[in-house]
Design a protein around this ligand. Structure first.
Ligand code: AMP
Length: 397
């Protein structure tokens, strides 16, 4: 079953229908004030489209971690205000999630009007994907739309369970872009297909490595996890990050790459530091001669060139995870060089969520990428080839 075959909002006839839309309004807040409303803004295309079609729109999301009980600190009230401002019409807030207030407001909605439910995680059944709660969500609406990619790897009532109890379901525009860009890269990539994986641990990324090894032409490993691969090659890695119990797995992975004819690149040189500190004494050394008492904290200049050359001429590049401790200026050069190479490659460029997305944005390359995923955990699971419950639950076309 292809993820590219899911119904989208444009496949729906929503005039006069009540449409429950699961958004990601998990905005950054400080003392009850929204400090970044980017997620609300990102949700507007789906909401505006539905309103323009005469739908009666019931919005919902989680916000923070209220742990299954009502907690005013995590009320959606600031989000309702923010939505009203952007939509130029009042978005009324229910005082509960699926109770009397939500039901009354939902049944009084007119075509082209929108309302917002209280924080779905005020309900203890939400994160348990409780069937009774899913049915209550469904009873509010005729149609369900999921536009919250960042929560799509969770089987919760508002992200997955509800879909089974409505007449029709679809994905929203945000989710559609995630699924189309990443789905095409995995199912039918423009070649050569280069995958770049970095970050701290092999154990966090092994699922992605294994899945992409089946599909890509070149696999590049950088960041802290590269040292476990160097160890597997018999190199001295000094005090660099090592997952000793993953050395055999690293060997097997490299053997598999060779067998499949996938070009497998790890750093040939490194910027090593004396201590795990931003301003530690540092030097450049080759990968087979990292002295004891030193640790690899970034890829070196030769590796920057090697990786940049591998990206040149690529048709598709997927990148997840920094090449070093990019939070520290002294060890950010490798990540910056790779970001620049990906941005200049002309390839379809996909940045997995989390740290690499943050690095690309901070370094000013965001506009040059085809797609920066909005989901950290969700995009990793997607790249692992796992079925995401929030997408699987949606009707096929
Ligand atoms: P991840 O969340 O798995 O993408 O890993 C990101 C984290 O990996 C960042 O916090 C980096 O500081 C860390 N990291 C990357 N390279 C290294 C390295 N060579 N040594 C230690 N930590 C690293």
């Amino acid at each position: 079953m292809s993820v590219l075959n899911k119904k989208t909002v444009e496949d729906l006839d929503v005039k006069g229908k009540r449409v429950l839309v699961r958004c990601d309004f998990n905005v950054k807040m400080e003392n009850g004030v929204i400090t970044s409303d980017k997620r609300v803004v990102a949700s507007l295309p789906t909401i505006k489209y539905l309103l323009s079609q005469g739908a009666r729109v019931i919005l919902c999301s989680h916000l923070g971690r209220p742990k299954g009980k009502v907690d005013p600190e995590f009320s959606m009230a600031p989000v309702a205000e923010c939505l009203s401002k952007y939509l130029g019409q009042e978005v009324k807030l229910a005082s509960d999630v699926v109770g009397e207030s939500a039901q009354a407001l939902a049944s009084s909605l007119k075509d082209g009007e929108a309302m917002l439910l209280e924080n779905v995680r005020f309900e203890p059944g939400e994160t348990k994907n409780d069937e009774e709660l899913s049915k209550k969500f469904a009873a509010l609406a005729d149609v369900y739309v999921n536009d919250a990619f960042g929560s799509a790897h969770r089987a919760h009532s508002s992200t997955a369970g509800v879909a089974a109890f409505v007449k029709e379901s679809a994905i929203g525009y945000l989710m559609q872009k995630e699924v189309e860009v990443m789905g095409k890269a995995l199912e039918n990539p423009v070649r050569p297909f280069v995958a770049i994986l970095g970050g701290a641990k092999v154990s966090d990324k092994i699922g992605v490595i294994e899945n992409l090894l089946e599909k890509c032409d070149t696999l590049i490993i950088g960041g802290g996890m590269a040292y476990t691969f160097m160890k597997a090659l018999g190199h001295q890695i000094g005090d660099s990050l090592l997952e000793a119990d993953k050395v055999d797995l690293a060997k097997e992975t490299m053997a598999k790459a060779e067998e499949k004819g996938v070009k497998f690149l790890i750093p040939v040189d490194n910027k090593v530091g004396k201590e795990y500190k931003p301003d530690t004494e540092a030097m450049i050394v080759n990968s087979d001669e990292i002295p004891d008492g030193w640790m690899g904290l970034d890829i070196g200049p030769e590796t920057q060139k090697l990786f940049a050359d591998a990206v040149k001429g690529a048709g598709t590049v997927i990148w997840n995870g920094p090449m070093g401790v990019s939070e520290w200026e002294n060890f950010a050069a490798g990540t910056i060089a790779v970001a620049k190479a990906v941005a200049d490659s002309g390839a379809i460029s996909i940045i997995g969520g989390g740290d690499s997305a943050a690095a690309v944005k901070k370094l000013g390359f965001a506009d040059k990428m085809t797609h920066i995923s909005t989901g950290g955990g969700a995009s990793l699971e997607f790249l692992e080839g796992k079925e995401l419950p929030g997408i699987a639950a949606i009707d096929d076309k």
